[in-house]
Design a protein around this ligand. Structure first.
Ligand SMILES: [Zn+2]
Length: 191
């Protein structure tokens, strides 16, 4: 019954979308989700995407998705461009933020959830579309190219919404807040 199976698959996808929508404000635009074969420029990818791409005007502050330590700074034009890798001790997880104009942290620096780590842009293979690529790795990584999903996880499975300084976040598991301020994040504050 291929029709039924397709129907079930669609239902599962819709359920997943509904869960994600509950965590992510309506004004947050995801250009390319994990495993997507569509690029940030809306053109096809040859291989599935290893992270999630959020549309973000160039110059917007990029924020740490969780407490951690700067594991590495990336400057790799064919891929991530200017990027920051955060290590999250105790969870064996790393988060990567790509296509920045610049980073404002140093290697081994401790960062807190919501702390500014750089500014968004379109460096690297961003297809010329300003966005931030967020990636979750299960081993030290410097971001993965399309199709190389080994050692990566769907970031949106860990995202619990916008960073709220008043909120107490779990410490027994890694949860991520969005790597930019929610609300009027597209204004030019901080540029
Ligand atoms: Zn990406």
């Amino acid at each position: 019954m291929p029709g039924l199976r397709r129907g079930l698959a669609v239902a599962v996808l819709l359920a997943a979308a509904a869960v994600a929508a509950a965590d992510v404000p309506a004004d947050v635009l995801i250009l390319s989700s994990y495993r997507s074969r569509v690029g940030a420029n809306a053109r096809p990818r040859l291989q599935p995407h290893a992270g999630v791409d959020f549309a973000l005007p160039a110059g917007t502050p990029v924020l740490a998705g969780a407490d951690g330590e700067v594991g590495m700074l990336i400057d790799y034009e064919p891929g991530c461009g200017v990027g920051v890798v955060l290590l999250h001790p105790g969870f064996t997880r790393w988060t990567v933020y790509c296509h920045l104009t610049r980073a404002v942290v140093k290697t081994r620096q401790a960062v807190a959830r919501g702390e500014r780590i750089g500014f968004s842009g379109a460096s690297g293979n961003s297809a010329g579309v300003p966005h931030v690529h967020l990636e979750v790795c299960t081993a030290p990584c410097a971001s993965h190219r399309d199709g190389d999903l080994r050692g990566t996880l769907d970031p949106m499975a860990l995202v619990v919404g916008c960073h709220d300084p008043q909120r107490v976040y779990p410490t027994d598991r890694l949860v991520l807040t969005l790597p930019f301020e929610c609300g009027p994040w597209s204004t030019d504050a901080g540029r």
